[in-house]
Ligand binder design. Structure first.
Ligand SMILES: [Zn+2]
Ligand SMILES: [Zn+2]
Length: 120
């Protein structure tokens, strides 16, 4: 039983194209100098599993696993696009990075951050 594979089988997945801010935010970097005032990945629900890159079948014809391993390939990055970012909705022109999203597979904690209490 693999919730991740089941979700993909059921079609609960998509390739998203996200801006630099969202991409770097996913990888744990602070958003750098940017004109973008949107919260990175704010359109992505917390139960969505994101991984960078495309699934193998989505690479262009002629892009082999060997190319991807040695030189990297260009399928997963659009150098410049005006299309809105799928992660935050920004429509600033810029780089878009492919990310593979699987919906509804991450446990979501609804607990608020714990705060000190004066009980006691
Ligand atoms: Zn490729
Ligand atoms: Zn974005």
């Amino acid at each position: 039983m693999n919730a991740y594979a089941d979700a993909i089988d059921a079609g609960h997945c998509a390739t998203l194209w996200v801006c630099d801010d969202c991409f770097y935010s996913h990888h744990g970097f602070e958003a750098g100098e940017t004109n973008n005032d949107r919260e990175p990945l704010n359109r992505i629900s917390p139960d969505t599993d994101l991984s960078s890159g495309l699934r193998s079948e989505e690479h262009s014809e002629g892009c082999t696993p060997k190319i991807r391993e040695t030189d990297g390939c260009e399928c997963e990055t659009t150098p410049f696009s005006w299309s809105a970012c799928d992660g935050c909705g920004s429509n600033l022109g810029g780089t878009r990075h492919a990310m593979f999203a699987v919906f509804g597979v991450r446990p979501v904690t609804t607990d608020a951050p714990t705060e000190p209490t004066d009980n006691g």
